[in-house]
Design a protein around this ligand. Structure first.
Ligand SMILES: [Zn+2]
Length: 740
């Protein structure tokens, strides 16, 4: 993944613009008009007073690439640096407003982009460390500073005088000569403020405020009811025998939970967030399986105090109403303005195109499972509560590979240096040099200088591979320093993983999943290293939510590309290269059960988009719990998905991702599917054009990896592939079959 806290770095005002809610102030402030000569003079002479900061973060690091000097940073530095950084940026914004010259691109948009440099410096280091090497003190500072940062960002985004200047520049854009990147910066700055409500009338702003407030209450209510329904939904069984198939530890856990619930002597199976439940495959008793599944799928749509259906319908309606105030037909159109897909229809059409192949695969998989059930001498047809029990059996019999047989071929330093770096050399001509002269925030962080094909320095790479208690889970990439021509800075990038560290003296081996993740995160890193932008706000990975995971996903393809694999996947004891049959087994296993695994995700993504593509009137018409049920069924069923066999990963009534916060991931759940579509299309392009070659790498770098967020993403894609992305490659790679 790509770290989200990038939104809290240098261009904090801009980032806030992209995420802020509604405006609370009046945007109709006049801009003084003066004669052009006086303007030019004023511009030349205008030198507002900006307070100076103190302490480590007041100036750029003196280390190479301006990389943070961790030997000089103390935890006492953060609060004063944040406070000063915000005060300085506020003064910088005020100086933009006070400038007597006519608003221009350079005195308004560029100055805004340049503002907040000290704040950016401290935020980058601070949010990196709270993520990957935190302490109680850092966590406490985070609690204290986060709301202040939000308020600070809002005060800039919603500043009416600032907006008046931004709008003056924007309205004059046709008469200006700008680079493509300038134009994009102007557009994003303006659109971000408009999105926050800068163009609304006072009355409309009051309505938005009222809607936001109601949404805040309703979404909190939704998440609390789902939480209570999930707790209350735990399935109680009377006898240990009914839990046959579970491990002793799981049964003890169920006994303890029942006791906690005041039912000593019985057993309780807690519900997890998703529709499918982890205990289902192991449970031998089919009736218990059915009870557990139904408790999950119907947890909060059975009437009573935890029923969430009318709440979620009201949330959908309020969102549609809010979008209407901004002149948008539906909530998805309102929130997707800066995405690649832009319109809900584009995302819906894309997902709907997969449905026939997906539904056919679901039926085919069900038939295989029915055969497997019959082979066990059982007399029933597969239901969702049976699915994984029998799918796991088929998988074990037909696709099993032993993770322990694979691991000896994946030694971490070889995966990185002979795999990831080798790929980077073959595709892009990059070379790497380990260095130990720079201070790191933890002794397990490795640092490399990255050199471009011509031998010049491209940037610094920090690799932080191991799990530890001070690190949050998962894997991510971000920057300590962004590439920017405006500041003449080169990228300093880190990749963070959570690989379990081998015991002292043991060879550090990793699972195949971590191998792919290492390639994935380095794909993000390349997107950052090849950035060639003037402005940080548009640099490198500063791209749309439904685009940013695409370049990283593409680079996973090289993990199993034969030439790369042969270079790094060598047995740590014998030196033997990994047998191709083993690799093929891994790949075949990844195509198994996609009708379900992938189908439940597509169904959830469709459900999200259907709820958020409603007009206010359509949403208002869903005014009974039964109509909520009917809407869900109809939305998915009419497309042909086998929803009785493969229900969505989250049904509407407990879809926390989209209904538990005012915006959350609403109208955004499709993003990972969308980037995968781009990824699989691109893999086909690479293979069709000769695979791992410098020519292909340089073309990809030129057309995609170096472009940051400076252009329309469809146009970017066409300049790369010479065509529109096609969903068929994704369907193929998932092993989904069209027709019967
Ligand atoms: Zn990623």
């Amino acid at each position: 993944m790509k770290a989200q806290f990038k939104a809290q770095t240098a261009a904090i005002a801009l980032a806030a613009m992209l995420t802020a809610g509604c405006a609370t102030t009046n945007g109709e402030t006049g801009v003084n008009q003066t004669n052009p000569i006086a303007e030019a003079q004023a511009e030349a002479e205008y030198s507002p007073e900006i307070p100076a900061g103190t302490g480590y973060f007041a100036s750029d690091s003196t280390l190479p690439f301006l990389t943070p000097d961790f030997s000089k940073i103390s935890e006492d530095d953060y609060i004063p640096a944040f406070e000063q950084g915000m005060a300085i940026q506020q003064a910088e914004v005020q100086a933009i407003i006070n400038n007597p010259a006519t608003p221009s691109f350079s005195n308004t948009i560029v100055e805004l982009e340049k503002s907040g440099r000290m704040l950016g410096r401290v935020a980058r280091v601070f949010f990196a460390l709270t993520g990957q090497n935190t302490t109680d003190r850092l966590d406490a500072i985070n609690q204290e500073i986060s709301p202040k940062l939000t308020a600070h960002g809002d005060a800039i985004t919603l500043n009416p005088e600032l907006f008046a200047r931004v709008k003056a520049v924007y309205d004059n854009r046709a008469a200006m000569t700008m680079t493509r990147e300038d134009a994009k910066l102007l557009e994003e700055t303006y659109a971000g403020m408009v999105q926050a409500g800068a163009l609304l009338t006072e009355a409309e702003r009051e309505q938005v405020k009222a809607i936001n407030s109601e949404l805040s209450t309703l979404t909190t209510d939704f998440s609390q009811k789902v939480r209570d329904a999930t707790n209350d939904g735990a399935v109680i069984v009377d006898t240990r025998a009914e839990l046959a198939g579970l491990s002793d530890a799981e049964i003890e856990g169920a006994a303890a939970l029942a006791k906690e619930k005041g039912m000593d002597g019985k057993f309780a199976i807690a519900l997890q967030n998703t529709t499918q439940q982890p205990s289902l495959p192991a449970l031998e008793n089919r009736e218990v399986r059915e009870r557990l599944f139904k408790a999950s799928a119907y947890r909060s749509d059975q009437g009573g105090e935890n029923d969430t259906r009318m709440i979620l319908a009201k949330i959908a309606e309020l969102r549609a109403q809010k979008a209407a105030l901004f002149g948008q037909p539906d909530w998805a159109s309102y929130t997707m303005y800066d995405r690649m897909a832009k319109q809900p229809k584009t995302a819906l059409d894309f997902m709907e195109q997969m449905v026939p192949a997906l539904a056919a695969t679901q039926r085919r998989e069900a038939a295989v499972l029915n055969e497997r059930i019959a082979a066990d001498g059982l007399n029933f047809e597969v239901e969702p509560w049976d699915w994984y029990r029998f799918a796991n059996k088929v998988k074990a019999e037909q696709y099993a590979f032993d993770e322990d047989a694979v691991k000896p071929y994946f030694q971490l330093d070889k995966v990185l240096e002979d795999g990831v770096f080798y790929m980077s050399k073959k595709l892009y001509g990059l070379t790497f040099e380990r260095r130990t002269d720079l201070p790191v925030y933890h002794p397990d962080v490795w640092v490399y200088t990255v050199f471009d094909a011509d031998g010049s320095e491209l940037g610094l790479f920090y690799f932080d591979p191991f799990q530890r208690p001070s690190k949050r889970g998962g894997a991510w990439m971000s920057n300590f320093v962004d590439q920017s021509d405006l500041w003449d800075t080169k990228p300093v990038i880190y990749n963070v993983l959570n690989i379990p560290k081998a015991a002292e003296g043991e060879v550090q081996l990793v699972s195949f999943d971590w191998v792919e993740t290492t390639f994935h995160e380095f794909g993000h890193a390349l997107h950052g290293f090849f950035a060639d932008q003037r402005y940080e706000s548009l640099s490198g990975t500063a791209t749309a939510r439904d685009f940013v995971e695409y370049p990283s996903q593409v680079h996973e393809m090289w993990a199993t590309y034969p030439e790369v694999l042969q270079n790094y996947a060598k047995h740590y004891e014998t030196g033997e290269t990994i047998p191709m049959e083993l690799v093929e087994k891994i790949q075949a296993a990844s195509k198994f059960n996609q009708g379900y695994d992938f189908g439940e995700v597509v169904a959830a993504a469709l459900l999200d988009m259907k709820w958020h593509a409603l007009s206010p009137a359509e949403a208002a018409a869903i005014d009974t719990p039964e109509k909520v049920d009917a809407f869900e069924r109809q939305s998915l069923g009419e497309l042909g998905l086998e929803i009785d066999l493969v229900p969505p990963r989250y049904r509407s009534n407990y879809f926390n991702h989209i209904f538990s916060s005012p915006a959350g991931y609403s109208a955004g759940y499709y993003s990972y599917l969308w980037t995968e579509m781009l990824d699989k299309d691109s893999r086909a392009w690479f293979i069709d054009n000769g695979g791992l070659t410098r020519e292909n790498g340089d073309h990809y770098r030129k057309t995609v990896l170096s472009r940051g967020g400076t252009m329309d993403y469809f146009e970017m894609y066409r300049t790369f592939a010479g065509r529109e992305p096609d969903v068929k490659y994704m369907i193929e790679s998932r092993g989904l079959a069209d027709g019967e």
